[in-house]
Unconditional design. Structure first.
Length: 66
């Protein structure tokens, strides 16, 4: 009993089939890329906001203690 990917290039055919996403790769990969870009942007935005908030808190505490 064999699969449709039997033969010398069986594993490579499976990889190629996976990358092509059943013919929808032109839609799937840009969507994945956009999702990754948004998530990375959110992570950087959160870090930047945290740094700004910490700086404001330090300034506020300095004013309160003065």
């Amino acid at each position: 009993m064999g699969t449709k990917f039997d033969g010398e290039w069986g594993i490579m055919n499976q990889v190629i089939q996976w990358w092509s996403m059943g013919g929808y790769s032109a839609y799937v990969w840009p969507a994945y890329s956009l999702a990754v870009i948004v998530l990375v942007g959110q992570a950087f935005g959160i870090r930047l906001q945290r740094a700004r908030t910490m700086k404001r808190l330090q300034q506020w505490f300095k004013r309160q203690l003065s």
